[in-house]
Write a protein that binds this ligand. Structure first.
Ligand SMILES: [Zn+2]
Ligand SMILES: [Zn+2]
Length: 287
């Protein structure tokens, strides 16, 4: 009924063959254009859809977890370190990091390279993420290539722009920055037992930031355990105070430092706790 009415509208006053054909073509083109517009709008909605506020942007920390943890994509890891004058990392920290990654990543070889000392002219009092990204782009020599996945670590002087107590920040899927001066400024009481040093804090902060690059906690996956800290308004950290992914390992908080010194072994945590280890195993097993 409707179709015959539409047909009448099209053809009622005009039985000229050519004109009728053109009208049909015009109707078809109109239908195609309208469908294309509706289709692209729908695609736009799908592509820009955000699941929730914890949305991880493309190339955000955790996005390369499978590259680091599994052997399917790359079978080696190189840790590239670039540093500001006076902030060269402790080699004990990097040796420890390599050993730890050897335990949790399915790799044939893991190594580090202390690459560039950055120009004095690149030093700032504080750094925004954009500043840090600029330094990464200027100094990073290695990219994920062939057999090798890269973890890039910048050691900086000065402060993180957003917070003067920040010791480190993971800002990209393969990159983090350590605020070495801030780590070194952690005051160690003279009576600290046995021989705790700022290098111990440096090791913990570096492992913590690299832990984020491995996906901890709940970056890009959902843990089978409810061990993500929901109390301290600091997402993607572990509830467990003796796990290196505890939120306070990223900030110089005297209360936490004092708590550490009261322990039998007064060094800050530098290993992944049980639940974080379970998460890494889950990530390694994921297809
Ligand atoms: Zn953190
Ligand atoms: Zn943990």
């Amino acid at each position: 009924m409707i179709l015959s009415y539409a047909g009448d509208l099209l053809f009622m006053y005009d039985y000229d063959e050519d004109k009728r054909t053109w009208k049909i073509i015009a109707v078809i083109i109109t239908i195609i254009i309208v469908s294309a517009i509706i289709g692209s709008y729908y695609m736009y909605l799908v592509m820009t859809k955000r699941e929730d506020t914890d949305y991880v942007p493309y190339d955000g920390p955790g996005e390369y977890a499978k590259y680091y943890l599994k052997n399917d994509f790359y079978n080696e890891i190189i840790i590239e370190v670039d540093y500001m004058e006076g902030t060269m990392p402790d080699t004990g920290t990097l040796d420890y990091l390599v050993d730890l990654l050897d335990d949790v990543c399915e790799k044939n070889a893991i190594d580090y390279e202390i690459s560039d000392e950055m120009d004095d002219s690149d030093q700032q009092v504080d750094y925004s993420i954009a500043d840090i990204e600029q330094l990464k782009n200027k100094y990073q020599d290695y990219q994920n290539y062939m057999d090798t996945a890269v973890i890039h670590i910048l050691f900086l002087n000065g402060y993180y722009e957003d917070s003067s107590i920040t010791l480190g920040v993971s800002y990209h899927a393969g990159s983090c920055a350590i605020f070495k001066d801030r780590v070194d400024s952690i005051r160690i009481p003279r009576d600290a037992r046995p021989f705790v040093s700022t290098d111990d804090f440096e090791t913990s902060v570096v492992v913590h930031e690299v832990g984020h690059l491995l996906g901890l906690v709940n970056l890009n996956y959902d843990s089978d355990y409810s061990h993500e800290d929901k109390i301290h308004d600091s997402p993607n950290h572990c509830k467990n105070e003796s796990c290196v992914m505890y939120y306070a390992l990223e900030h110089s908080r005297e209360s936490f430092r004092d708590k550490i010194y009261e322990q039998e072994d007064p060094r800050p945590p530098r290993t992944f706790g049980f639940y974080c280890m379970q998460d890494l195993e889950k990530l390694r097993e994921e297809a």
